[in-house]
Write a protein of this length. Structure first.
Length: 310
């Protein structure tokens, strides 16, 4: 595009920010990022003489900030991904306020790309953990859909799999990917910060049954990934009634998610907890309080009757 400089941006923004300033505002600061991996951000606002944020009737006029940043980015002669805009109210009426714009390149906010080694590091840590429990079957169940341009699956990372682990006297199915750091962002978080698992008697589970439960576990992972801090709710209550099952699983009707003492260590941003998924029949949770969050008491009692310790 045609040349567009910081001076041009200041001339365009100054009258808009001055006009949009709410009563009592004497300054303002906004920190914004350029479009990265399909996302941009903006924080900040107007402040009064005491440095307190001043509420605005509408932030719509400030959408010009994104337009200005987009034009600066398109015409930039140097690389940047962060913009800081500072405004000061004019000291005299009928004068324009003061405005400064600073652009910088902050490596710490660069989103993880599809080739970042952090993803495979997370996979290796999980495999190492499960190999201490038993033999991990290769290529058991995995995401069958194509990831998006940022290599994200429904779990917001490149891994959406279920592992089958042959442990002594039991078969374990476990999610493999919920704790993979999210693709396309920079935050130091291990994805959804947990992994789910289920335990079975291998003598009662044929290949069709394994496939059905593995598919359910992938769907449970989808719900946890889409939910808001499910792992925190499990930790808070010890156990929760999570979701209903279809008639295909009758007489089992509900899934309980509960804390397990174990954690997976060695992940890129610290360890994450394991969450046990237990299918139960309606009779096991009769008498639950409908007003209690997540039916936690009924969930804990049902697990206690099964001998599952929290």
């Amino acid at each position: 595009m045609a040349s567009y400089s910081i001076d041009d941006a200041i001339r365009e923004l100054t009258p808009v920010l001055g006009k949009a300033a709410p009563a009592g505002a004497v300054s303002g600061e906004w920190i914004a990022t350029t479009m990265q991996a399909g996302h941009s951000s903006r924080t900040g606002g107007y402040r009064d003489a005491g440095g307190n944020l001043v509420s605005e009737e509408s932030t719509k006029p400030l959408d010009i900030i994104e337009d200005v940043i987009e034009k600066l980015d398109a015409a930039a002669s140097h690389r940047f991904n962060k913009v800081v805009i500072r405004w000061k109210k004019a000291k005299l009426p009928f004068m324009r306020g003061e405005l400064t714009i600073d652009t910088t390149y902050d490596q710490s906010i660069v989103p993880r790309g599809p080739e970042d080694p952090v993803y495979e590091a997370a996979t290796a840590a999980r495999r190492a953990f499960w190999q201490t429990r038993g033999g991990v079957r290769e290529g058991f169940a995995a995401e069958r859909e194509t990831a998006n341009v940022h290599n994200q699956t429904k779990w917001f990372g490149p891994h959406r799999r279920v592992l089958a682990v042959d442990a002594p006297e039991k078969l374990i199915l476990a999610t493999d990917g919920l704790s993979t750091p999210w693709a396309g962002i920079s935050e130091p978080e291990n994805g959804v910060e947990c992994e789910l698992f289920m335990e079975f008697d291998p003598a009662t589970l044929d290949s069709t049954g394994m496939a059905n439960w593995a598919n359910l576990l992938i769907n449970l992972g989808d719900l946890v990934a889409d939910g808001h801090h499910v792992a925190r709710d499990v930790e808070k209550h010890g156990a929760i009634l999570f979701c209903r099952l279809t008639e295909d699983y009758a007489p089992l009707t509900r899934i309980i998610l509960s804390c397990d003492p174990s954690r997976i260590d060695g992940l890129p941003f610290g360890s994450v907890p394991l969450i046990r998924a237990t299918p139960v029949a309606e009779a096991e949770i009769e008498g639950r309080d409908p007003d209690e969050d997540w039916g936690a008491t009924a969930a804990r009692q049902a697990l206690a009757k099964r001998g599952i310790r929290l």
